[in-house]
Write a protein that binds this ligand. Structure first.
Ligand SMILES: [Zn+2]
Length: 246
């Protein structure tokens, strides 16, 4: 068995469907987070009720950072604050990109998903790649049911990232799958500064979603322990990302 699988909590529900397995591969580093972090027990939350049940069971912490309210799991917040102090000593800052940079709710992830799917469908109708009827059928599905349909269109070359050049999953997370729902993720304004990325990494915050550049995930260990969690290093565009070795 792959080391990564053995590092998942015993309560974790391993996905058996293609969509779930792909999401585990792309977003799954989070599920082996430790150091006081509690990862979700499944790849996809199916409703607001499931998200709030999980979030309500967490030890949460709320701080004003860079003018925004930031809500994270307590262990993630403590390490973020340590990183911010270390950054300050080196005349650097670490601030959230906006009001939705940390905790999100299910509805928020549904809205973000729709903000890519709807213009994408309109574009592909305009290009004659999709009929209005096919698009209407997808729009009528629940956000959860839309995911495999969008992946199917992407396998035919119709991509749904903001600039339509790559998969939607590198642009927004499918509904109920965002790492922000787990309160272990933060979108950082200063992500382009490699010194800032190094400071964050020293405090357990790593990049785990390839090509989601502002996005950091609290994994709760030091860099030399990540391979022991079954994660592999992926270099992309001059950056280091940590993904499940599956
Ligand atoms: Zn993010």
């Amino acid at each position: 068995m792959k080391k990564f699988i053995t590092k998942l909590s015993s309560e974790f529900k391993l996905p058996t469907d293609a969509v779930g397995q792909r999401l585990l591969k792309e977003y799954g580093a989070l599920f082996v987070a430790c150091g006081g972090a509690i990862p979700p027990p499944m790849v996809i939350f199916k409703s607001e009720a499931e998200v709030s049940a999980f979030q309500n069971g967490l030890q949460q912490s709320k701080e004003k950072i860079g003018g925004f309210d930031v809500e994270l799991q307590a262990a993630a917040m403590k390490n973020l604050q340590d990183a911010i102090s270390e950054a300050e000593q080196n005349s650097l800052t670490i601030t959230p990109r906006g009001a939705d940079s940390a905790k999100r709710d299910y509805t928020g992830t549904v809205e973000l998903w729709a903000s890519r799917v709807n213009p994408g469908l309109t574009n592909y109708i305009g290009k004659g790649k999709l009929t209005a009827a096919e698009a209407a059928k997808i729009r009528a599905l629940s956000p959860f049911e839309q995911v495999p349909e969008i992946f199917k269109l992407e396998s035919q070359g119709m991509f749904f990232s903001k600039d339509l050049s790559k998969s939607i999953i590198y642009s927004v997370a499918p509904p109920g799958t965002s790492q922000h729902l787990s309160m272990l993720a933060l979108d950082v304004s200063e992500h382009e500064n490699s010194k800032v990325r190094d400071v964050l990494a020293r405090h357990g915050w790593f990049q785990t979603v390839v090509s989601d550049l502002p996005h950091f995930t609290f994994l709760g260990v030091s860099e030399n322990q990540l391979s022991g969690l079954g994660l592999k290093k992926v270099n992309d565009g001059g950056r280091t990302f940590w993904l499940p070795s599956l």
